[in-house]
Design a protein around this ligand. Structure first.
Ligand code: PMP
Length: 321
């Protein structure tokens, strides 16, 4: 679907997958006016095809667009467009347990002009691809590098929006993490280099002395849909959970006094990723003896259980396509 100033969003259509062409001066190539979403369609045990909380993705897409001066799209339309496209390609939603159809809606600025100002033309596109289960052989703890130099986002920046440039800016640190045998980077705040933000493309949670904590939405953290679902589940289960400022010193202290019980990342791709160790100032802090914690296991089983239809959809999180 396309947008033109004065005309609004128009011409929604489903076309076969293939290259698209744009003017080399299209603003997205130069000024990075691009936002996107990531979500999945699942095939349940009853052979229904379902989306997990798509309304939340539509809302976040608009929040990201708002930050980059991209026009809003009717959220119900976004959900219906996703439903319709998945319906057309329902045969691509894998039957294999844990596999899914990954869905990537995105908006790019297409006006060909070299001046810096919001584009007056855009395209909203949805592409999809079947993906295997993130954990084919069960959950695997990951090592994380606590990043002390590079910053992912700053207050007033774009960290709480899902914009393409955030990911470009994170690649250097991601490569550094790989060199240290770490799967992801744990970002600290840009100013004090002290407060935890998030992990790569996941939000982060810690269980300290029976309480689950996660960094509050400071304005530079992406509000993950999995994060919200996990907070909801923990509250339902009566497990204390709080969103607050967490410093790296809090984690070092909890690790030293033996109260750091579990650590995990959360996101659409993996649902939950147990953190086996955190590399901070060259020293690894091993969490839960590098093993998978009970809480991570329970959260993983519950969310994947709801997505696969093995467990009842008590909270109305699933939408049939
Ligand atoms: N933070 C970042 C930077 C991400 O890219 C993602 C993945 N969208 C998340 C957190 C987790 O968000 P969600 O649970 O909606 O996938």
């Amino acid at each position: 679907m396309d947008y033109k100033e004065g005309q609004g969003w128009h011409d929604p259509r489903i076309v076969p997958y293939g290259p698209i062409s744009h003017d080399p001066a299209a603003m997205v190539f130069h000024y990075g006016q691009a936002v996107f979403e990531g979500m999945k369609a699942f095939r349940t045990e009853n052979d229904d095809v379902v989306l997990f909380r798509p309304d939340q993705n539509a809302k976040r897409l608009n929040r990201s667009s708002e930050r980059l001066s991209i026009p809003q799209i009717d959220e119900e339309f976004v959900v219906r467009a996703i439903q319709e496209l998945v319906r057309v390609d329902a045969a691509w939603v894998p039957k294999k347990n844990g596999s899914s159809l990954y869905i990537r809606p995105f908006v790019i600025a297409t006006e060909a002009i070299l001046g810096v100002r919001p584009s007056m033309q855009y395209s909203f596109i949805i592409i999809m691809s079947p993906v295997d289960a993130y954990y084919d052989e069960g959950l695997q703890p990951i090592n994380i590098l606590v990043e002390s130099y590079y910053a992912r986002s700053v207050q007033g920046g774009t960290g709480n929006a899902k914009v393409a440039g955030n990911y470009a800016a994170s690649l250097k640190a991601q490569m550094l993490a790989k060199e240290h045998n770490c799967a992801q980077v744990l970002w600290l705040d840009a100013i004090e280099k002290k407060y935890l933000e998030e992990v790569g493309s996941m939000n982060v949670f810690f269980k300290i002395n029976g309480e689950v904590v996660t960094p509050s939405l400071s304005g530079s953290i992406l509000e993950g849909i999995t994060r919200g679902s996990i907070i909801h589940l923990l509250k339902e289960w009566g497990i204390p959970v709080s969103e607050r400022k967490i410093s790296i010193d809090d984690i070092v202290k909890a690790h030293a006094d033996g109260t750091l019980e579990e650590a995990f990342g959360t996101g659409t791709a993996a649902v939950v990723s147990p953190i086996g160790s955190l590399l901070w100032n060259g020293t690894p802090m091993v969490v839960n003896h590098g093993e998978i914690g009970e809480l991570v296991e329970r959260l993983y089983t519950t969310i994947t259980g709801i997505q696969s239809g093995k467990l009842p959809d008590t909270f109305g999180w699933l939408l049939k396509v």
